[in-house]
Design a binder for this molecule. Structure first.
Ligand code: ADP
Ligand code: MG
Length: 699
């Protein structure tokens, strides 16, 4: 029996009541779970600041002093509590918005508390919002444990007398009792070669460090382990897929592809486009399912690649599907097909949520019979009612709007999973490419079509609006078209729509009919109205397109040369970059104008600066990741963010890179982990990832 799997209620100091609380509140059931509950920080009693020393916004401080003048706000329901914290150098305000019942009775006058928190500026003064609070006991620092782990607890736990301190004590008991029996799970050769702490030492030291070096080494070892097994899982799955997922084979290049290539290609392909088509063709011939990500900055010309690949499917007698995230974009793809495949006798159709019932019925019947060769559409394509005769390829445009689950839902529609190509303009930062997308092969279009001039970007403030209007008039006089985009955020949708409406009215005054024509598109409009407005702009009948982010993805109007973004600070970096990518598609010089007011957060300012500084999508994606963290970055949330215990996709790049290499090396030398020295690693792998993996699949 594995000691680490012992239920925590059998641990000294726990018992059934506390055990239940730990189960429910923290998901801790066994000794092992408890060991895996790491401190989120350490109290270093040797580092105590004074109120007077507080001088930086957003920096953590630890202070010792008294708490007084508690005030409650809100009537009858208290919504906020403030108090004054004082040491011998000064005072600072503490603020709480949550856990108020508990805070109310937390402090006794005159008693000393240790508080830890991030100083932030409010009304030109520093305060601490939701600081961590501990009773201060000077004897603690004399006990020789300068560093003490601090563990997250919940309000329920605190109320039940299981606060940070008590939890720390329980964890300490557990560590002391079992640490020596914690088995190694990494191959010994790795532990030696990379000079890692042994697993048991690491668990001991992460909870009970003697100095900061202990914390560092323990953290490194545990992160290493977590990333290593994660990478091992990715490699195993990739291998499994490569070996075992049979798919249709597109052996021949036939009339469709050749005719198009020789007679209909509207422009010479760039070298990057040619290379990518080759890479994809190799997949399609391989007999295994293609699962490839096609990455190319906005305007790099992914559509034509998609089109050619679809023709390959037709040449081999299969159907192809192209799915886009919005109706506008799907419609635009339809138009592209219509122009580029003219006279080629290809049967294709559009299926979206607003396709009329009778038409829809016909389309579904034709798809099932195989009369339709290409279907373009939105989410509507993955509904159960859509049945194909023989789907051989699906292409998903602008991946960041779709999740992995949606990708996979195509695979249920056929006996063999169809080849899948996912196209995205959002460059995937290196760490994510090694993690979230680690199971995809990647192709890149890293070159823009010739003759493009980089978009010039400026950041201006509201007062400069007049100059912006003047600039717009000049551009229109030169025959160009202009986008004006307003943010539309779900939480403040009403206000945003009012902004858009007011913006439109102001524009209509500055650009009156009949000299000027304006289109408006926003998410609340009916699809057909949206489409009509959009088409007017596409045809050049309107000069200005006022819109919310609905035009964010993929729309192609080469004559539009100016992108004006209102309240630009409310957009994330990758959104801004996507929006800017709507212009600069023709040969003319294009411009992007970011409008904000003067009140910008530090982060907002950085976003504007980044946009003005660079056009490089990759650099922007990296900056985005820096500013927001991967959990927030577009595309990661929907693909099922992987939760790590201690590993961190954003900051662990060197470890990720290294463990990826090591995991692959291990599989190369021992593909089924059958050597005796890998026994523990294999055991742990199966335990970690649930179902027993059938290693013979990749042997
Ligand atoms: P994205 O990769 O953003 O989807 P598109 O496929 O919409 O880009 O292409 C952007 C524009 O560039 C379109 O107008 C398209 O016709 C044009 N284009 C694509 N490839 C080339 C090329 N090799 N030479 C010239 N123009 C091209
Ligand atoms: Mg596109």
């Amino acid at each position: 029996m594995d000691l680490l799997q012992t239920k925590i209620e059998y641990l000294k100091g726990v018992g059934p009541k506390r055990a239940e609380l730990l189960n429910k509140e923290l998901g801790i059931f066994t000794f092992h779970d408890l060991l895996d509950y790491f401190p989120f920080r350490y109290i270093d009693r040797s580092q105590i600041h004074k109120v007077r020393q507080i001088c930086d916004d957003n920096v953590y401080y630890q202070l010792v002093g008294t708490v007084s003048n508690m005030q409650t706000f809100g009537n009858p329901r208290v919504t906020r509590i403030t108090a004054i914290f004082t040491d011998d150098t000064g005072s600072i305000e503490l603020v709480w918005f949550k856990g108020l019942k508990w805070i109310k009775n937390r402090f006794q006058p005159g008693k000393k508390y240790l508080i830890f928190g991030k100083a932030s500026v409010f009304n030109n003064r520093f305060n601490f919002t939701h600081p961590d609070v501990e009773d201060y006991n000077p004897a603690d620092s004399l006990a020789g444990e300068a560093l003490q782990g601090v563990y997250n607890t919940t309000e329920k736990m605190k109320n039940a007398g299981l606060g940070t301190k008590q939890l720390a004590k329980i964890i300490k008991t557990c560590v002391l009792q079992v640490w020596n029996m914690i088995p190694e799970v990494l191959p010994n050769s790795l532990v030696l070669q990379d000079r890692l702490l042994s697993r048991k030492e690491a668990y001991y030291k992460i909870h009970l460090p003697s100095n900061s070096n202990d914390i560092k080494r323990a953290t490194t070892r545990l992160k290493y382990e977590e990333h290593f097994f994660f990478q091992l899982r990715l490699s195993v799955h990739k291998k499994d897929r490569q070996i075992n997922t049979r798919s249709v084979v597109f052996q021949q290049v036939g009339d469709y592809f050749n005719t198009f290539y020789k007679e209909h290609l509207p422009f010479p392909l760039t070298d990057a486009q040619k290379r990518v088509v080759k890479e994809i063709r190799a997949d399609l011939k391989s007999g295994h399912q293609m699962n490839r990500l096609l990455q190319g900055d906005v305007g790099s010309g992914k559509t034509i690649v998609a089109l050619m690949i679809m023709l390959l499917a037709l040449d081999n007698g299969y159907q192809a599907a192209l799915m886009a995230p919005t109706e506008i974009l799907a419609t635009q793809h339809l138009e592209t097909l219509r122009t580029q495949l003219e006279d080629m006798n290809v049967r294709f159709a559009l299926l979206t949520g607003s396709t009329k019932a009778s038409e829809r019925k016909q389309i579904l019947a034709d798809l099932a019979k195989g009369d339709l060769q290409i279907i373009i559409g939105t989410h509507a394509l993955i509904e159960d009612t859509v049945v194909f005769k023989n789907l051989g390829l699906c292409i998903i445009d602008e991946q960041h709007r779709f999740g992995v689950a949606q990708r996979a839902s195509f695979w249920d529609k056929t006996t063999f999973p169809p080849h899948t190509l996912v196209m995205t303009a959002t460059p995937i930062p290196r760490t994510l490419a090694m993690t979230q997308y680690g199971d995809l092969d990647v192709s890149k279009i890293d070159e823009l079509p010739p003759g493009r001039k980089p978009v010039k970007t400026a950041h201006v403030f509201q007062e400069q609006r007049l100059a912006v209007i003047g600039f717009m008039k000049k551009q229109i006089a030169e025959g160009h078209q202009i986008y004006v985009v307003y943010p539309l955020i779900k939480e403040s949708e009403k206000m945003d729509l009012i902004n858009l409406q007011e913006g439109y009215e102001a524009m209509a005054r500055d650009f009156p009919e009949p000299d000027y024509h304006i289109s408006v598109v926003h998410g609340q409009m009916k699809a057909e109205d949206k489409d009509w407005e959009m088409q007017r702009f596409v045809r050049g009948e309107t000069h200005i397109m006022i819109a919310t982010t609905v035009i964010e993805v993929g729309v192609n109007v080469p004559n539009a040369s100016v992108m004006i973004i209102e309240n630009a600070n409310r957009f994330g970096l990758s959104q801004l970059h996507q929006l800017r990518g709507r212009v600069g598609r023709g040969a003319e010089q294009s411009y992007c104008v970011l409008i904000t007011d003067h009140k910008l957060t530090g982060e907002g300012k950085k976003r504007m600066e980044t946009m003005v500084r660079t056009n490089d999508g990759f650099e922007i994606a990296e900056a985005d990741l820096q500013l927001r963290g991967p959990g927030e970055t577009q595309g990661t949330r929907q693909s099922g963010m992987i939760e790590m215990k201690i590993g961190d996709f954003q900051h662990d790049e060197p470890i990720i890179r290294h463990t990826r290499k090591m995991a692959n090396l291990l599989l190369d030398t021992d593909p089924t982990l059958s050597k005796p020295e890998h026994y523990a690693t294999k055991q742990y792998f199966s335990q970690q990832f649930g179902r027993d993996f059938d290693w013979s699949r990749i042997g």
